[in-house]
Design a protein around this ligand. Sequence first.
Ligand SMILES: C[S@@+](CC[C@H](N)C(=O)[O-])C[C@H]1O[C@@H](n2cnc3c(N)ncnc32)[C@H](O)[C@@H]1O
Length: 427
Amino acid sequence: MEPNTVPPPSGGRGMTALDREAFTQTITVPALRVPTAVLNKVVKSLKKCSIQRPGVPRVVQDKEESGEFRLVLLDPHRVTTAGSFSEAEAEALRSFSVSDELHQYELKLTYDNLKSEEVLEAVLPQGQDVTSGFSRVGHIAHMNLRDHQLPYKNLIGQVIMDKNPGVTCVVNKTNIIDSTYRNFKMEVLAGEENMVAKVRENGVAYEFDFSRVYWNPRLSTEHQRVVQLTKRGDTVFDVFAGVGPFAIPAARGGANVLANDLNPESYRWLQHNCRLNKVEGRVRSFNLDGRAFIRGPLRQELPALLRGAAGVHMVMNLPALALDFLDAFRGLLRGEPPSGRDPPTVHCYGFSKDDDPSTDVVARASRSLGVPLENRCDVHFVRNVAPNKDMLCVRFTLPEEVLYCSEEQTESSEEPAPKRQKCEEST
Ligand SMILES: C[S@@+](CC[C@H](N)C(=O)[O-])C[C@H]1O[C@@H](n2cnc3c(N)ncnc32)[C@H](O)[C@@H]1O
Protein backbone atom coordinates (compact mmCIF):
# COMPACT_ATOMS: atom_id res chain seq x y z
CA MET A 1 0.00 0.00 0.00
CA GLU A 2 1.11 3.58 -0.57
CA PRO A 3 2.61 5.42 2.38
CA ASN A 4 -0.13 7.19 4.30
CA THR A 5 -0.15 10.97 4.02
CA VAL A 6 -2.89 11.17 6.59
CA PRO A 7 -1.65 11.77 10.12
CA PRO A 8 -3.58 10.21 13.02
CA PRO A 9 -6.81 12.04 13.85
CA SER A 10 -6.87 14.64 16.59
CA GLY A 11 -6.91 12.68 19.81
CA GLY A 12 -4.37 10.22 18.35
CA ARG A 13 -4.63 6.56 17.44
CA GLY A 14 -6.81 4.12 19.30
CA MET A 15 -10.21 5.71 18.46
CA THR A 16 -12.85 2.97 18.75
CA ALA A 17 -16.02 5.03 18.17
CA LEU A 18 -15.84 6.87 14.87
CA ASP A 19 -15.44 10.64 15.24
CA ARG A 20 -15.50 11.92 11.67
CA GLU A 21 -14.67 15.52 12.67
CA ALA A 22 -11.35 14.40 14.12
CA PHE A 23 -10.09 13.66 10.61
CA THR A 24 -10.39 17.25 9.38
CA GLN A 25 -6.88 18.48 8.67
CA THR A 26 -4.76 20.46 6.25
CA ILE A 27 -2.02 18.80 4.21
CA THR A 28 0.45 20.31 1.77
CA VAL A 29 0.39 19.00 -1.79
CA PRO A 30 2.51 19.95 -4.82
CA ALA A 31 0.84 21.92 -7.63
CA LEU A 32 1.62 23.28 -11.08
CA ARG A 33 0.57 26.74 -12.24
CA VAL A 34 -1.11 26.27 -15.63
CA PRO A 35 -2.57 28.86 -18.05
CA THR A 36 -6.31 28.31 -18.50
CA ALA A 37 -5.85 28.22 -22.29
CA VAL A 38 -4.07 24.82 -22.10
CA LEU A 39 -5.61 23.59 -18.85
CA ASN A 40 -7.66 20.70 -20.26
CA LYS A 41 -4.77 19.35 -22.31
CA VAL A 42 -2.35 19.58 -19.39
CA VAL A 43 -4.79 17.89 -17.01
CA LYS A 44 -5.19 15.06 -19.51
CA SER A 45 -1.42 14.62 -19.87
CA LEU A 46 -0.91 14.63 -16.09
CA LYS A 47 -3.72 12.20 -15.33
CA LYS A 48 -1.38 9.64 -13.78
CA CYS A 49 0.33 12.04 -11.39
CA SER A 50 -2.47 14.40 -10.42
CA ILE A 51 -4.25 14.08 -7.10
CA GLN A 52 -7.00 11.47 -6.92
CA ARG A 53 -9.13 11.64 -3.83
CA PRO A 54 -12.86 11.31 -3.35
CA GLY A 55 -14.43 14.76 -3.41
CA VAL A 56 -11.16 16.65 -4.09
CA PRO A 57 -10.95 18.67 -7.34
CA ARG A 58 -7.82 18.23 -9.42
CA VAL A 59 -7.90 21.89 -10.49
CA VAL A 60 -8.31 24.85 -8.12
CA GLN A 61 -8.22 28.62 -8.33
CA ASP A 62 -4.77 30.16 -8.01
CA LYS A 63 -5.15 32.79 -5.29
CA GLU A 64 -1.86 34.51 -6.17
CA GLU A 65 -2.55 34.90 -9.86
CA SER A 66 -5.13 36.51 -12.06
CA GLY A 67 -7.97 34.48 -13.54
CA GLU A 68 -5.72 33.32 -16.40
CA PHE A 69 -4.05 30.62 -14.34
CA ARG A 70 -5.20 27.62 -12.34
CA LEU A 71 -3.37 25.24 -10.04
CA VAL A 72 -3.30 21.56 -10.98
CA LEU A 73 -2.94 19.56 -7.75
CA LEU A 74 -0.52 16.66 -7.87
CA ASP A 75 -0.29 13.39 -5.99
CA PRO A 76 2.34 13.91 -3.25
CA HIS A 77 3.28 10.22 -3.47
CA ARG A 78 4.12 10.58 -7.15
CA VAL A 79 5.58 14.08 -7.35
CA THR A 80 8.11 15.49 -4.90
CA THR A 81 10.39 17.46 -7.28
CA ALA A 82 10.30 18.56 -10.91
CA GLY A 83 12.41 15.47 -11.63
CA SER A 84 9.51 13.23 -10.60
CA PHE A 85 7.65 13.71 -13.89
CA SER A 86 7.92 10.89 -16.41
CA GLU A 87 9.51 11.64 -19.79
CA ALA A 88 6.07 11.88 -21.42
CA GLU A 89 4.72 14.21 -18.71
CA ALA A 90 7.80 16.46 -18.90
CA GLU A 91 7.51 16.58 -22.70
CA ALA A 92 3.83 17.54 -22.44
CA LEU A 93 4.67 20.40 -20.07
CA ARG A 94 7.36 21.65 -22.45
CA SER A 95 5.06 21.45 -25.47
CA PHE A 96 2.38 23.53 -23.70
CA SER A 97 5.04 25.94 -22.35
CA VAL A 98 4.06 25.18 -18.76
CA SER A 99 6.76 25.65 -16.14
CA ASP A 100 7.58 22.53 -14.08
CA GLU A 101 8.20 24.69 -11.01
CA LEU A 102 6.33 23.11 -8.09
CA HIS A 103 4.12 25.26 -5.85
CA GLN A 104 2.82 24.24 -2.44
CA TYR A 105 -0.94 24.13 -1.94
CA GLU A 106 -2.60 23.85 1.46
CA LEU A 107 -5.38 21.34 0.99
CA LYS A 108 -8.10 20.98 3.59
CA LEU A 109 -9.15 17.34 3.92
CA THR A 110 -12.19 16.04 5.71
CA TYR A 111 -13.26 12.47 6.53
CA ASP A 112 -15.17 12.43 3.22
CA ASN A 113 -11.96 12.90 1.24
CA LEU A 114 -10.19 9.92 2.78
CA LYS A 115 -10.14 6.36 1.49
CA SER A 116 -11.19 3.65 3.93
CA GLU A 117 -7.61 2.26 4.24
CA GLU A 118 -6.34 5.73 5.10
CA VAL A 119 -8.88 6.17 7.86
CA LEU A 120 -8.15 2.75 9.30
CA GLU A 121 -4.40 3.15 9.02
CA ALA A 122 -4.63 6.46 10.87
CA VAL A 123 -6.69 4.91 13.66
CA LEU A 124 -5.37 1.40 14.25
CA PRO A 125 -2.13 0.95 16.22
CA GLN A 126 0.91 1.58 14.05
CA GLY A 127 2.35 -1.40 12.18
CA GLN A 128 -0.85 -3.45 12.34
CA ASP A 129 -2.42 -4.85 9.20
CA VAL A 130 -5.46 -2.76 8.31
CA THR A 131 -6.70 -4.96 5.48
CA SER A 132 -10.34 -4.09 5.11
CA GLY A 133 -11.44 -6.46 2.35
CA PHE A 134 -15.00 -7.72 2.28
CA SER A 135 -17.37 -9.71 0.10
CA ARG A 136 -20.47 -7.91 -1.06
CA VAL A 137 -23.82 -9.71 -0.95
CA GLY A 138 -26.50 -7.20 -1.96
CA HIS A 139 -26.53 -4.43 0.63
CA ILE A 140 -24.38 -6.49 3.03
CA ALA A 141 -20.59 -6.18 3.32
CA HIS A 142 -19.27 -9.36 4.80
CA MET A 143 -15.92 -9.15 6.62
CA ASN A 144 -13.60 -11.62 8.24
CA LEU A 145 -11.76 -9.52 10.82
CA ARG A 146 -8.57 -10.70 12.51
CA ASP A 147 -8.21 -10.76 16.28
CA HIS A 148 -6.19 -7.53 16.48
CA GLN A 149 -8.92 -5.68 14.57
CA LEU A 150 -11.73 -6.76 16.88
CA PRO A 151 -11.42 -3.85 19.37
CA TYR A 152 -12.09 -1.55 16.37
CA LYS A 153 -14.79 -3.70 14.78
CA ASN A 154 -17.64 -1.18 14.97
CA LEU A 155 -15.47 1.66 13.72
CA ILE A 156 -14.23 -0.52 10.84
CA GLY A 157 -17.82 -1.45 9.99
CA GLN A 158 -18.90 2.19 10.01
CA VAL A 159 -16.01 3.22 7.75
CA ILE A 160 -16.76 0.43 5.25
CA MET A 161 -20.38 1.52 5.16
CA ASP A 162 -19.52 5.21 4.73
CA LYS A 163 -17.06 4.55 1.92
CA ASN A 164 -19.05 2.06 -0.15
CA PRO A 165 -22.27 3.40 -1.62
CA GLY A 166 -25.08 0.84 -1.44
CA VAL A 167 -23.66 -0.96 1.59
CA THR A 168 -26.12 -0.42 4.45
CA CYS A 169 -25.07 -3.29 6.69
CA VAL A 170 -21.62 -4.60 7.63
CA VAL A 171 -21.23 -8.02 9.26
CA ASN A 172 -18.35 -10.04 10.61
CA LYS A 173 -18.12 -13.82 10.77
CA THR A 174 -18.14 -14.54 14.47
CA ASN A 175 -16.96 -18.13 14.22
CA ILE A 176 -16.30 -20.91 11.79
CA ILE A 177 -18.82 -22.05 9.25
CA ASP A 178 -21.81 -24.07 10.46
CA SER A 179 -20.84 -27.62 9.58
CA THR A 180 -24.24 -28.76 8.34
CA TYR A 181 -25.91 -25.88 6.60
CA ARG A 182 -22.73 -24.11 5.47
CA ASN A 183 -23.88 -20.72 6.71
CA PHE A 184 -21.83 -18.43 8.92
CA LYS A 185 -22.69 -17.11 12.33
CA MET A 186 -22.31 -13.38 12.01
CA GLU A 187 -22.42 -10.20 13.99
CA VAL A 188 -23.67 -6.86 12.70
CA LEU A 189 -20.87 -4.29 13.03
CA ALA A 190 -22.66 -1.31 11.55
CA GLY A 191 -25.89 -0.33 9.86
CA GLU A 192 -29.28 -1.98 9.68
CA GLU A 193 -29.93 -5.48 11.06
CA ASN A 194 -31.63 -6.48 7.82
CA MET A 195 -30.06 -9.75 6.64
CA VAL A 196 -32.40 -10.34 3.71
CA ALA A 197 -30.17 -9.76 0.70
CA LYS A 198 -31.27 -9.21 -2.88
CA VAL A 199 -28.61 -10.14 -5.41
CA ARG A 200 -28.27 -10.89 -9.11
CA GLU A 201 -26.03 -13.63 -10.40
CA ASN A 202 -25.61 -14.25 -14.13
CA GLY A 203 -28.71 -12.14 -14.72
CA VAL A 204 -30.92 -14.08 -12.29
CA ALA A 205 -32.42 -12.48 -9.16
CA TYR A 206 -32.17 -14.18 -5.75
CA GLU A 207 -33.38 -13.20 -2.31
CA PHE A 208 -32.41 -14.89 0.94
CA ASP A 209 -31.58 -14.36 4.59
CA PHE A 210 -27.79 -14.26 4.41
CA SER A 211 -27.44 -15.16 8.09
CA ARG A 212 -29.33 -18.44 7.68
CA VAL A 213 -28.41 -19.90 4.31
CA TYR A 214 -25.31 -20.51 2.22
CA TRP A 215 -24.40 -17.99 -0.47
CA ASN A 216 -21.00 -17.45 -2.02
CA PRO A 217 -20.56 -14.72 -4.63
CA ARG A 218 -17.33 -16.40 -5.78
CA LEU A 219 -19.20 -19.34 -7.30
CA SER A 220 -21.04 -17.46 -10.04
CA THR A 221 -18.71 -18.64 -12.83
CA GLU A 222 -18.99 -22.23 -11.64
CA HIS A 223 -22.78 -22.05 -11.51
CA GLN A 224 -22.80 -20.70 -15.05
CA ARG A 225 -20.34 -23.34 -16.32
CA VAL A 226 -22.48 -26.24 -15.10
CA VAL A 227 -25.80 -24.69 -16.13
CA GLN A 228 -24.44 -24.26 -19.65
CA LEU A 229 -23.92 -28.03 -19.84
CA THR A 230 -27.66 -28.62 -19.37
CA LYS A 231 -30.10 -28.44 -22.26
CA ARG A 232 -33.77 -27.65 -22.69
CA GLY A 233 -35.76 -30.76 -21.73
CA ASP A 234 -32.96 -32.25 -19.59
CA THR A 235 -33.63 -33.17 -15.98
CA VAL A 236 -31.38 -31.80 -13.24
CA PHE A 237 -31.26 -33.27 -9.73
CA ASP A 238 -29.64 -30.69 -7.45
CA VAL A 239 -28.87 -32.65 -4.28
CA PHE A 240 -27.50 -29.73 -2.20
CA ALA A 241 -29.34 -26.88 -3.89
CA GLY A 242 -29.01 -24.01 -1.42
CA VAL A 243 -31.24 -21.14 -2.52
CA GLY A 244 -31.12 -22.21 -6.16
CA PRO A 245 -28.07 -20.88 -8.07
CA PHE A 246 -27.84 -24.05 -10.22
CA ALA A 247 -31.50 -25.03 -10.12
CA ILE A 248 -33.12 -21.75 -11.12
CA PRO A 249 -30.95 -20.84 -14.13
CA ALA A 250 -31.18 -24.44 -15.36
CA ALA A 251 -34.99 -24.21 -15.12
CA ARG A 252 -34.95 -20.86 -16.88
CA GLY A 253 -33.03 -22.56 -19.67
CA GLY A 254 -35.82 -25.13 -20.06
CA ALA A 255 -34.59 -27.98 -17.83
CA ASN A 256 -36.89 -29.78 -15.38
CA VAL A 257 -35.35 -29.58 -11.94
CA LEU A 258 -35.67 -31.48 -8.68
CA ALA A 259 -33.87 -29.37 -6.08
CA ASN A 260 -33.19 -30.42 -2.52
CA ASP A 261 -31.67 -28.90 0.61
CA LEU A 262 -31.63 -30.10 4.20
CA ASN A 263 -31.68 -26.59 5.66
CA PRO A 264 -35.36 -25.58 6.07
CA GLU A 265 -34.38 -21.95 5.51
CA SER A 266 -32.60 -22.73 2.23
CA TYR A 267 -35.63 -24.75 1.16
CA ARG A 268 -37.93 -21.83 1.96
CA TRP A 269 -35.80 -19.30 0.04
CA LEU A 270 -35.34 -21.75 -2.82
CA GLN A 271 -39.11 -21.87 -3.23
CA HIS A 272 -39.29 -18.09 -2.89
CA ASN A 273 -36.66 -17.69 -5.63
CA CYS A 274 -38.50 -20.09 -7.91
CA ARG A 275 -41.57 -17.87 -7.61
CA LEU A 276 -39.46 -14.72 -8.01
CA ASN A 277 -38.09 -16.09 -11.29
CA LYS A 278 -41.39 -17.64 -12.39
CA VAL A 279 -39.96 -21.15 -12.69
CA GLU A 280 -42.01 -22.82 -9.96
CA GLY A 281 -43.64 -24.95 -12.68
CA ARG A 282 -40.25 -26.40 -13.61
CA VAL A 283 -38.69 -26.89 -10.16
CA ARG A 284 -39.86 -29.38 -7.59
CA SER A 285 -38.24 -28.70 -4.25
CA PHE A 286 -37.47 -31.03 -1.35
CA ASN A 287 -36.26 -30.60 2.22
CA LEU A 288 -34.43 -33.89 2.74
CA ASP A 289 -31.04 -35.21 3.64
CA GLY A 290 -29.06 -35.68 0.38
CA ARG A 291 -28.93 -39.45 0.74
CA ALA A 292 -32.70 -39.65 1.36
CA PHE A 293 -33.24 -37.43 -1.71
CA ILE A 294 -31.12 -39.73 -3.90
CA ARG A 295 -32.78 -42.87 -2.56
CA GLY A 296 -36.26 -41.28 -2.62
CA PRO A 297 -37.39 -38.76 -5.26
CA LEU A 298 -34.35 -39.25 -7.51
CA ARG A 299 -34.66 -43.05 -7.44
CA GLN A 300 -38.36 -42.75 -8.23
CA GLU A 301 -37.88 -40.53 -11.30
CA LEU A 302 -34.74 -42.05 -12.76
CA PRO A 303 -36.02 -45.25 -14.47
CA ALA A 304 -38.56 -43.36 -16.57
CA LEU A 305 -36.02 -40.65 -17.41
CA LEU A 306 -33.53 -43.26 -18.56
CA ARG A 307 -36.13 -44.63 -20.97
CA GLY A 308 -36.32 -41.19 -22.61
CA ALA A 309 -33.77 -39.41 -24.76
CA ALA A 310 -33.12 -36.22 -22.77
CA GLY A 311 -30.04 -35.69 -20.62
CA VAL A 312 -30.00 -36.26 -16.85
CA HIS A 313 -27.63 -34.32 -14.57
CA MET A 314 -26.93 -34.65 -10.88
CA VAL A 315 -25.30 -31.70 -9.15
CA MET A 316 -23.69 -32.25 -5.76
CA ASN A 317 -22.17 -29.08 -4.35
CA LEU A 318 -21.33 -29.81 -0.74
CA PRO A 319 -17.57 -29.90 -1.25
CA ALA A 320 -16.59 -30.97 2.27
CA LEU A 321 -18.78 -34.09 2.09
CA ALA A 322 -20.37 -34.64 -1.32
CA LEU A 323 -17.87 -37.30 -2.46
CA ASP A 324 -18.93 -39.42 0.53
CA PHE A 325 -22.55 -39.27 -0.63
CA LEU A 326 -21.74 -41.02 -3.93
CA ASP A 327 -22.21 -44.40 -2.26
CA ALA A 328 -25.95 -43.65 -2.26
CA PHE A 329 -25.93 -44.49 -6.00
CA ARG A 330 -24.68 -48.04 -5.45
CA GLY A 331 -27.37 -50.45 -6.52
CA LEU A 332 -29.88 -47.58 -6.80
CA LEU A 333 -31.69 -49.18 -9.77
CA ARG A 334 -31.14 -52.78 -8.71
CA GLY A 335 -33.88 -54.98 -10.15
CA GLU A 336 -34.76 -52.48 -12.93
CA PRO A 337 -33.98 -53.48 -16.52
CA PRO A 338 -30.78 -51.67 -17.59
CA SER A 339 -31.67 -48.77 -19.86
CA GLY A 340 -28.95 -49.24 -22.46
CA ARG A 341 -28.78 -45.50 -23.08
CA ASP A 342 -26.41 -42.73 -21.95
CA PRO A 343 -26.23 -42.82 -18.18
CA PRO A 344 -26.73 -39.69 -16.05
CA THR A 345 -23.92 -37.16 -15.67
CA VAL A 346 -22.76 -36.40 -12.14
CA HIS A 347 -21.08 -33.11 -11.19
CA CYS A 348 -19.67 -33.72 -7.73
CA TYR A 349 -17.59 -31.21 -5.76
CA GLY A 350 -14.77 -31.85 -3.34
CA PHE A 351 -12.06 -30.04 -1.44
CA SER A 352 -8.51 -31.30 -1.51
CA LYS A 353 -5.39 -30.42 0.41
CA ASP A 354 -3.38 -33.04 -1.46
CA ASP A 355 -0.26 -32.24 -3.51
CA ASP A 356 -2.12 -33.76 -6.45
CA PRO A 357 -5.71 -32.61 -5.86
CA SER A 358 -7.16 -34.11 -9.07
CA THR A 359 -5.85 -37.60 -8.35
CA ASP A 360 -7.02 -37.26 -4.75
CA VAL A 361 -10.64 -36.36 -5.53
CA VAL A 362 -10.92 -39.00 -8.26
CA ALA A 363 -9.58 -41.65 -5.84
CA ARG A 364 -12.08 -40.58 -3.17
CA ALA A 365 -14.98 -40.54 -5.65
CA SER A 366 -13.96 -44.01 -6.87
CA ARG A 367 -13.82 -45.41 -3.34
CA SER A 368 -17.23 -43.99 -2.54
CA LEU A 369 -18.84 -45.31 -5.74
CA GLY A 370 -17.06 -48.66 -5.51
CA VAL A 371 -15.74 -48.53 -9.10
CA PRO A 372 -12.60 -46.89 -10.48
CA LEU A 373 -13.23 -43.57 -12.19
CA GLU A 374 -9.64 -43.06 -13.31
CA ASN A 375 -9.66 -42.16 -17.04
CA ARG A 376 -13.49 -42.13 -17.00
CA CYS A 377 -14.04 -38.63 -15.62
CA ASP A 378 -13.10 -34.95 -16.04
CA VAL A 379 -11.80 -32.87 -13.18
CA HIS A 380 -12.36 -29.13 -13.22
CA PHE A 381 -10.45 -26.79 -10.88
CA VAL A 382 -13.02 -24.41 -9.36
CA ARG A 383 -11.01 -22.21 -7.01
CA ASN A 384 -8.45 -22.04 -4.30
CA VAL A 385 -10.38 -21.69 -1.03
CA ALA A 386 -7.43 -21.37 1.36
CA PRO A 387 -3.67 -21.63 1.13
CA ASN A 388 -3.01 -25.17 -0.08
CA LYS A 389 -6.68 -26.10 -0.37
CA ASP A 390 -8.56 -26.37 -3.66
CA MET A 391 -12.17 -26.88 -4.65
CA LEU A 392 -12.66 -29.20 -7.62
CA CYS A 393 -15.54 -30.64 -9.59
CA VAL A 394 -15.40 -34.26 -10.75
CA ARG A 395 -17.69 -34.93 -13.70
CA PHE A 396 -18.49 -38.45 -14.82
CA THR A 397 -21.29 -40.52 -16.28
CA LEU A 398 -22.69 -42.76 -13.59
CA PRO A 399 -21.52 -46.27 -14.53
CA GLU A 400 -24.25 -48.87 -15.03
CA GLU A 401 -22.24 -51.27 -12.86
CA VAL A 402 -22.87 -48.84 -9.98
CA LEU A 403 -26.58 -48.24 -10.58
CA TYR A 404 -27.50 -51.88 -11.18
CA CYS A 405 -24.99 -53.67 -8.97
CA SER A 406 -26.22 -56.52 -6.75
CA GLU A 407 -26.32 -56.47 -2.99
CA GLU A 408 -23.25 -58.71 -2.82
CA GLN A 409 -21.36 -56.44 -5.20
CA THR A 410 -22.34 -53.45 -3.10
CA GLU A 411 -21.03 -55.11 0.03
CA SER A 412 -17.86 -56.52 -1.54
CA SER A 413 -16.90 -53.15 -3.01
CA GLU A 414 -17.47 -51.42 0.29
CA GLU A 415 -14.23 -50.15 1.68
CA PRO A 416 -13.61 -48.38 4.94
CA ALA A 417 -15.41 -45.04 4.77
CA PRO A 418 -13.23 -42.40 3.15
CA LYS A 419 -11.66 -40.00 5.59
CA ARG A 420 -14.06 -37.10 6.13
CA GLN A 421 -12.76 -33.63 5.84
CA LYS A 422 -13.62 -31.24 8.59
CA CYS A 423 -16.00 -28.50 7.55
CA GLU A 424 -14.09 -25.73 9.14
CA GLU A 425 -13.43 -23.63 6.12
CA SER A 426 -15.12 -20.85 4.33
CA THR A 427 -16.25 -21.88 0.89
C1 LIG B 1 -21.95 -25.41 -0.28
S1 LIG B 1 -23.68 -25.19 -0.16
C2 LIG B 1 -24.09 -25.10 -1.88
C3 LIG B 1 -25.40 -24.44 -2.16
C4 LIG B 1 -25.64 -24.16 -3.63
N1 LIG B 1 -25.70 -25.36 -4.42
C5 LIG B 1 -24.58 -23.21 -4.17
O1 LIG B 1 -23.86 -23.60 -5.09
O2 LIG B 1 -24.49 -22.08 -3.69
C6 LIG B 1 -24.25 -26.75 0.36
C7 LIG B 1 -25.72 -26.84 0.71
O3 LIG B 1 -25.96 -28.16 1.16
C8 LIG B 1 -26.90 -28.14 2.22
N2 LIG B 1 -26.69 -29.38 2.99
C9 LIG B 1 -25.79 -29.62 3.95
N3 LIG B 1 -25.86 -30.90 4.37
C10 LIG B 1 -26.84 -31.48 3.64
C11 LIG B 1 -27.37 -32.79 3.58
N4 LIG B 1 -26.92 -33.76 4.37
N5 LIG B 1 -28.35 -33.03 2.72
C12 LIG B 1 -28.83 -32.06 1.90
N6 LIG B 1 -28.38 -30.79 1.92
C13 LIG B 1 -27.39 -30.51 2.76
C14 LIG B 1 -26.59 -26.87 2.96
O4 LIG B 1 -27.72 -26.42 3.68
C15 LIG B 1 -26.18 -25.92 1.82
O5 LIG B 1 -27.27 -25.18 1.37
